[in-house]
Every structure is written in C-alpha cells, then in structure tokens.
Design a binder for this molecule. Structure first.
Ligand code: ZN
Ligand code: ZN
Length: 218
C-alpha cells in the first residue's frame, strides 16, 4: 500500500543507490555468473550441459548434481531479494523476473522446476509463496513435488552448522511421477542445506538428475 502511494508520487528508484530507474535495481549492480558450478566447491563447469557437474570428490557431500546460479550475491541484490521476501513488496517479483528470465528461459524452459516450498503458515503470514511466484511470473513449467510439513527457523538466522539439522525432514514428496531431470528453484544458495535436503527427497522419489537453479549464490 505504502509503495503504491510512493509510486504514484515519485518515479521508480533503485533500492540500492536511489537513482531514478525503471527497475528497482540498476543493472550495473548485478554480477552475472550464469554457469553450472559444483554445488560444494563452486568449481565452474565450462559448458552448459545437462549432466552431472558435481566433482566426484564432492559427491559424498551433496545429493545435488549441479548448481546453476544466475548472479553472485552482492549487497544490492541481497537488498532487492530481502525487500521482496521480508518487507513483502511482492511487486518486486517483476524486477526479479526481468533481470533473470532470459538466463533461465533460453536454456532451461523445457524442464520442470520444483519450487522450494514454504510452510503453509508462512505463506499465509506473507500473503504469497515467494519462490513459486517467481516461477509463475517467468512462465516456466512448475511441478509442486514437495511439501513443507514442519516450520523451521529462517536459514539466514541459523548458525552455519545448525542449518542441515534445522531443515532435516522438513519436506515430503507430493508427486509420485517425477521426471528424470528436474531443477529445484530457490532464491539464494548459502550453505546449500535446504537444497540438499529437498534433493534427497526427490532422489528417493526416483529423480535421476537434480540441479539447483538459484537467483544467487555467495
Ligand atoms: Zn542503483
Ligand atoms: Zn566440487
């Protein structure tokens, strides 16, 4: 509501530098990665190929077959995602989709995307499912294969070592017929505990290759 009022009174401004801008973030604040990485050591894979990217030595530490982040997480992007997710400016989904759609759409539009689910009480509190809303706005094929059955502390507020414990057994499988190749979708990959736990459930459900596609990684 407040933003609607501000919008009618003033032009759009960048959330980071406050310069006038059609979006809410100047393009020069974005550091593009747009590659497959090993989800554990972040070793960059030279090509965009739908095959296992995770290094053999890192495979013991993750269920994921690869990580595809669009951007490097920096302060301006973190501010944009934070405003969307916690300050509940859901209209920012348009900016998020505008800056990332091309990277996803050209390469991966034929695949199914599984949003990392939020607990239903969280969706109710927020008023929208922030991860799913991004996929919806990008017109990608969404597969609601996972359900979050337990409330967890926000990973961002959880100590590094506690994160995998915090998220353990928080998801169950909702979809019996999983495609062989799927992309898990989340906003930011930090330790990867959430993505790894979700991937574990999908692999147990029969998925062969599971990649994580995120807006950003540290
Ligand atoms: Zn700016
Ligand atoms: Zn590795």
């Amino acid at each position: 509501m407040l933003r609607k009022i501000l919008e009618t009174l003033s032009p759009t401004y960048c959330l980071w530098c406050y310069k006038k801008n059609d979006l809410f973030l100047c393009p020069e604040h974005l550091e593009i990665i747009n590659s497959f990485l090993c989800p554990v050591c972040h070793l960059k894979f030279p090509e965009i190929k739908i095959k296992k990217i995770t290094c053999p030595s890192c495979s013991q530490k993750t269920y994921l077959d690869g990580l595809f982040p669009i951007f490097r997480l920096n302060e301006p992007l973190e501010k944009l995602i934070h405003s969307y997710k916690y300050d509940l400016y859901f209209d920012l989904v348009k900016t998020i989709c505008f800056i990332s759609k091309e990277f996803i759409y050209n390469k991966f539009k034929d695949f199914y995307f599984i949003p990392i689910p939020s607990h239903k009480s969280k969706i109710k509190e927020r008023g929208f499912d922030h991860i799913r809303l991004i996929l919806e706005n990008m017109d990608l094929k969404i597969l609601d294969a996972l359900l979050k059955i337990r409330k967890t502390k926000p990973q961002a507020q959880t100590e590094f070592l506690e994160r995998s414990q915090n998220i353990k057994d928080a998801f169950v499988l909702k979809e019996k017929n999983l495609p062989e190749v799927v992309f898990l979708f989340d906003d930011i990959k930090t330790t990867g505990s959430t993505l790894n736990e979700a991937c574990k459930i999908l692999k147990q459900g029969g998925a062969k290759l599971v990649f994580a596609l995120t807006l950003a990684t540290k």
